[in-house]
Design a protein around this ligand. Sequence first.
Ligand SMILES: Cc1ncc(COP(=O)(O)O)c(C=O)c1O
Length: 385
Amino acid sequence: MSLDDINEAVLRRRRGAKWNHYGADVLPAWVADMDFVVAEPIRAALHAAVDAADLGYPQAHRATGLPDLFVARAGARFGWEIDSRDVLILSDVVQGLYLALETFSAPGEGAVIQTPIYPPFLHAAAEVGRRAVCVPFVAGAARYEIDFDQIEAAIDDTTRLFMLCNPHNPTGRVLSREELERIGELACRHDLVIVSDEIHADLVLDDVPHVPIATVSPAIAARTVTLMSASKAFNIAGMCMAFAHFGSRTLKERFERVPAHVRGGTNTLSIAAVRAAWSESQPWLDEVLVQLRANRDRVAAFVAERWPRVGHLPPEATYLAWLDLRALALEPSPHEFLLREAQVALNDGRTFGPEGEGFVRLNFATSPALLEAILARLDGVLAGR
Ligand SMILES: Cc1ncc(COP(=O)(O)O)c(C=O)c1O
């Protein structure tokens, strides 16, 4: 089955959020699922488990072999040499954000968050009664930049965490080693725990490396919890499994005070899916990356040519385009306007923090044909504005 083998009628029969939340007249380009059919080895592993009625209690986490697979992949892809005893399996990355906030800070204490940001970062801080210390990315000529002075100014003696998202959703930035060094140095100086959501690490589109912040120096590693999973790159978010790596035994022991039953983390099918993803599905991902690069470039060229007043800095990673429509003054908001007038569902920039006002996020992980349909619908109401 090829990546192009996507047809709208089949997608509309899926039961997931992306194709069900809005009506049949709407083209969805919102939640971060890809429209591509998942890799054949993953589908085969799931079929095999179901056909064998292999749906009993799963093996213990370490016995699944998945922490070892995680470690092998970290070494092979990122030159990150780690020990599987420092890895825990979680139910999902967002759960890891919540648990880390609760573990490494007290109510009322602060966590640095670089906004705009994947909305659960903000929900997590608010829902567990921590302070989101929001520091905006700044639009540069070709990419979003970090304002280190602003971060420094925002930190006070009740700030406990740096909640990093790298590659960053929604700007698509892949932070350089130098930027990570500066963040790490700042975390060391202010004694912050770094919680690094690196779920998009396998979705780098440009010729730049993904650098896990825990690889930058032993001192930085010792204060870092890294969250990763197979779910974004292999399009299996509904399987619900993620991995946390702890750069020191102390961090891990503190985290493990939350009982294993509360952390959850595995079920028989997710084990089969993640094993097949990481051990057999890389050729599929390589093909997906080629398509995502082409789609990213298509969106960038289209925006530049057709909508000159829309701001867009093409992402270095992820399959998400962050579009600045402020100059168009679309009412009541770009998201609602485009849903109503163009029947395209994008993510509302406002949910990514105050800097998202007037922005939308477009998910371009779909077939070239559907991407053209999405762009044409948007063009119908944006051209000439
Ligand atoms: C930065 C980021 N973190 C976490 C998630 C969600 O991860 P999970 O489904 O494992 O909670 C997403 C999903 O799009 C994401 O973009």
